[in-house]
Write a protein that binds this ligand. Sequence first.
Ligand SMILES: [Zn+2]
Length: 163
Amino acid sequence: MPASRRVTRAVNEVLDLAPKQGEVSLTRLVDAVGANRGRSIEITMADLPPGVCGQWRQFADHDVFLIQKGLPAWDRTLAHELGHLVLGHEGIPVVQAARENTEMASSELIGYMLNQRTGCMGPSGEDAEQEAEDFAALLIYRLGRLPSDRASIVQVRLGEAFG
Ligand SMILES: [Zn+2]
């Protein structure tokens, strides 16, 4: 399915923020988006509830992307969470998420907004999920087409992302 204009525009805006020098990796793009928003974005590996690949947690002054430990396509999940962020998909209060998902109830309940993806594969059917998927697919495709000295996504640096 072709990405919507809204998604295409969001991908263009993110790529416009790419550092002008050196390698453009997904994690560097995430940093650049955070700098542009004036809210730092932290990437953390975590043990998430079963079936959850990634979570976007919105704190008062920064954002955190949690990525399921050991996920083979974690870059895709990271791009997906970034999609939610740049597309302005609002999270829901954690307490509400806990009510709807007993797995969450055991997590510490603190004051942040949560945008949680359940299901690692494919669209969930919700518009926001589809949009984030389209964003992730297009961003990764475009990163892969950068000149090879500036790419990118394939040689993801785990140390850079999670060190
Ligand atoms: Zn999602």
